[in-house]
Design a binder for this molecule. Structure first.
Ligand SMILES: N[C@@H](CCC(=O)N[C@@H](CS)C(=O)NCC(=O)O)C(=O)O
Length: 225
């Protein structure tokens, strides 16, 4: 055991960057171990033994406890290491609302992003069809409602839900750019999240461009084949 909390990493991955952002807010010193997803390292031992779902991020705490899924990891880190509960409130109803937003990220936003990625990167898609882009815009409409009367996704304070959702949106925008006339609440909230986390861009800003390059390159190649 290294004595440090270990994070299994892929820089481009939104859920990994969510954990990195939360860990930095908590002042945690992580040992970063890259996982070579392109060459299938995540599908083999020893990684598959650590996390049978073979996803990144996986976190291993200093006592050897292993946990994965960014939402679960962030909740765990705040519960265990934060000085207070503001990032993941203990109040029953605030926590329920925070969980609802986290599950919205996991079950709606991230799934729609993965659908588009799989279509282009693994299924040879020559374009991203409307039936994959429309559900992203439908999710944005729901987010506009979540943000109708509060500055953050759970009331007036930043929580791990804001971090998860904002980072997923960074890549979703590659397929469905936000529009100032249709998504004013989301755009104002994104600005607020970035202002609240001074190092947000340091961890997250280069990935949407890199991801966009990868997707445009794959689309180009798929069109030629
Ligand atoms: N719900 C998970 C999603 C994690 C996920 O799907 N990560 C992708 C990279 S962005 C991955 O590891 N894919 C490899 C695989 O599913 O085999 C989380 O929030 O951590």
């Amino acid at each position: 055991m290294s004595g440090k909390i270990v994070l299994y990493n892929l820089n481009l991955s939104p859920p990994v960057r969510v954990v990195k952002t939360v860990a930095r807010l908590l002042d945690l010193d992580l040992e970063i171990r890259d996982v070579d997803l392109l060459n299938g390292e995540h599908l083999k031992e020893p990684y598959i033994k650590l996390n049978p779902e073979h996803t990144v991020p996986t976190l291993v705490d200093t006592d050897g406890f292993a946990i994965w899924d960014s939402h679960t990891i962030c909740a765990y880190l705040v519960d265990k290491y934060a000085k207070d509960d503001s990032l993941y409130p203990k109040d029953l109803q605030l926590r329920a609302r925070c969980n609802q937003r986290l599950f919205f990220d996991a079950s709606s936003l991230f799934v729609r992003l993965r659908d588009c990625s799989v279509h282009v990167l693994w299924k040879g898609g020559k374009e991203v069809p409307k039936d994959k882009v429309d559900p992203i815009y439908a999710a944005y409409d729901i987010l506009e409602v979540f943000l109708a009367s509060d500055p953050f996704l759970v009331g007036n304070k930043l929580t791990i839900a804001d971090i998860s959702v904002s980072i997923t949106l960074g890549l979703l925008e590659v397929y469905a750019p936000l529009q100032s006339d249709k998504h004013p609440k989301i755009l104002a909230w994104l600005k607020r999240v970035k202002e609240t986390i001074p190092f947000f861009d340091e961890i997250n800003s280069s990935s949407p461009e890199q991801y966009n390059k990868m997707i445009q390159g794959a689309l180009e190649k798929n069109r030629q084949s």
